[in-house]
Design a protein around this ligand. Structure first.
Ligand code: HEC
Ligand code: HEC
Length: 470
């Protein structure tokens, strides 16, 4: 859909104009107590008494040693999906990094005419409008910390534990001795505020990667890392506005706000949404979460047939427009689109053999696999053969074996570059004068050599925090 049409459809949705709210993403306390608030947030993030049953905290799924993602190498390798506080329960998605979350583009996802894309929100599907709003989800989620009464998430459950818990003293220090006279709702707001303050603090979001050091003239990149940076950004120095490099892998189209770099450090995502055609993760335990009686609010209605609808699953429902089924109506072309996560700390791991999983469903197990997927999604093992996802039966007449399994949600209307021949055809960002430009390709058939793939991986390692101290 071209952007004008998208806007026409959007204007039919009540309340769309009110979407681009300017409410603050980070409500950092600006008094002398901010240190105490951050210290409280740090402990809340680690407090395993705040789940039901006890035993799970935010840090259980977002550990600093892995760049604030899931810290169990075996689980990452086998399923990629984190278990909840209740034994045997699992959610549908992989925990993303929470570092830098408070700095992400705020708002329920909206169509940005300048970016020519849907942007904004947190979670893989954008259902939290900012980091503050996000905090309630894991506390209440039946497949995560499960603080529910009669299958509804309730602040009372958390408030009660806080009043009598070991963090009560820190709470009073940060918010005054009367803090526990607040209603459970208001007290929960303080919990969220403190956690967000911690997430935004230099301990979690420090901007201390080798890349930051390089930009500040404090480090040199190796030849491979520099090649990777050049390919990732498509520029000679890895900065916007500079001389273009001979080749671009177009990562920054979605993973960087390049034109805004002068305004502050790059977040390595512009919070846009896309269907990359990531294969279904058959090892996800979520397919077996079909116990409706045992887990009324967290079960998987579709069982083995479950397909993650991504942002569509949330946004259409938000507007009261039910799209439960894949291949249902999709006028805004949202089904199967997910938010581009930050690339900061994608490689951060406690030891080299530690396995991390990538993408919304944890399908990929190494950065090399991810980059190879971008490079070769539309290829088969027969040289020169391309899979064309716009065909009714894309696999029907192939001579070779596809290099990757089919997309979890196969729809040429939402898939980026479905034909594997040009960047923007079929993308939400369709832009008529770029349609046939193969050098603007974003995924599918990037024609990167093995060395170039490895260089991109080498560069991604430069995005791990902790390279230097501020
Ligand atoms: C059981 C594992 C688990 C626990 C416990 C957990 N999370 Fe998460 N977290 C996830 C998963 C999975 C997602 C992605 C869910 C989605 O997108 O639908 C996520 C997403 C997030 C995001 C969004 C990041 C982004 O860039 O979109 C933030 C922020 C976050 N969690 C913070 C927290 C906080 C704060 C807590 C504790 C109150 C917490 N999480 C507890 C698994 C967990
Ligand atoms: C068209 C937009 C787009 C382009 C171009 C793009 N990405 Fe992504 N990227 C995304 C989206 C969207 C996701 C999440 C997709 C999903 O989970 O289904 C993602 C996910 C990732 C992840 C997984 C991160 C995690 O925490 O799981 C990595 C790594 C990544 N991209 C690296 C790259 C690299 C390297 C390039 C350039 C070769 C690139 N991306 C180009 C949109 C893009």
């Amino acid at each position: 859909m071209n952007s004008r049409l998208a806007f026409f459809v959007l204007s039919l949705i009540p309340g769309f104009a009110a979407l681009k709210s300017d409410e603050p993403v980070v409500r950092l306390p600006n008094n002398q107590n901010s240190k105490d608030v951050i210290a409280l947030g740090r402990e809340l993030f680690r407090d395993k008494t705040l789940s039901n049953p006890v035993g799970q905290a935010c840090i259980s799924c977002h550990d600093p040693s892995t760049g604030f993602t899931f810290p169990d190498s075996t689980v990452n390798k086998t399923s990629g999906i984190a278990p909840g506080a209740m034994k045997g329960r699992y959610g549908n998605r992989k925990p993303p990094s929470i570092a830098y979350a408070p700095f992400m583009k705020k708002g329920i996802p909206y169509y940005d005419n300048n970016a020519v894309a849907w942007v904004g929100g947190l979670f893989w599907d954008g259902r939290a409008k900012n980091a503050f709003d996000q905090v309630r989800f894991p506390f209440y989620n039946p497949n995560e910390m499960n603080n529910q009464i009669h299958n509804v998430g309730r602040p009372e459950v958390v408030a009660k534990k806080l009043r009598s818990g070991h963090l009560a003293r820190l709470f009073k220090k940060a918010y005054g001795s009367n803090v526990f006279t607040l209603s459970p709702d208001k007290l929960f707001d303080k919990v969220a505020e403190a956690i967000v303050a911690y997430e935004a603090s230099p301990e979690v979001s420090p901007f201390t990667s080798k890349y930051d050091a390089y930009l500040e003239g404090k480090a040199d990149l190796t030849p491979d890392e520099l090649l990777g940076l050049r390919l990732t950004t498509g520029t000679l120095r890895g900065r916007p506005g500079g001389f273009p490099f001979r080749k671009s892998a177009h990562c920054m189209d979605c993973h960087g706000e390049s034109t805004d770099l002068h305004k502050g450090p790059d977040l390595w995502t512009n919070s846009c949404y896309a269907n990359l055609g990531v294969p279904r993760n058959d090892s996800s335990p979520y397919f077996n979460m079909t116990d409706r009686l045992g887990n009324p609010d967290g079960y998987n209605v579709d069982g083995k047939d479950y397909i993650d609808l991504g942002m569509a699953g949330f946004l259409y429902n938000y507007y009261g427009w039910s799209v439960r089924k894949p291949h249902g109506p999709d006028p805004l072309r949202l089904i199967g689109t997910f938010r581009a996560p930050t690339l900061r700390n994608v490689d951060k791991r406690p030891y080299p053999e530690f396995v991390k999983s990538y993408m919304h469903n944890g399908y990929f197990k190494s950065l090399k696999d991810v980059v190879h997927f971008y490079n070769a999604r539309n290829l088969t093992d027969v040289r020169g053969e391309l899979i064309d996802y716009t065909k009714p039966d894309p696999y029907g007449s192939l001579k070779g074996k596809p290099l990757f399994p089919p997309p979890e949600y196969l729809d040429a209307n939402t898939l980026i570059n479905p034909t594997g021949t040009s960047a923007l055809r079929g993308a939400p960002s369709s832009n008529s004068n770029k349609v046939l430009d193969p050098d603007a390709m974003q995924i599918g058939n990037l024609r990167l050599t093995e060395r170039e793939e490895n260089a991109i991986v080498a560069f991604l390692k430069c995005l791990s925090d902790g390279y230097f101290r501020r």
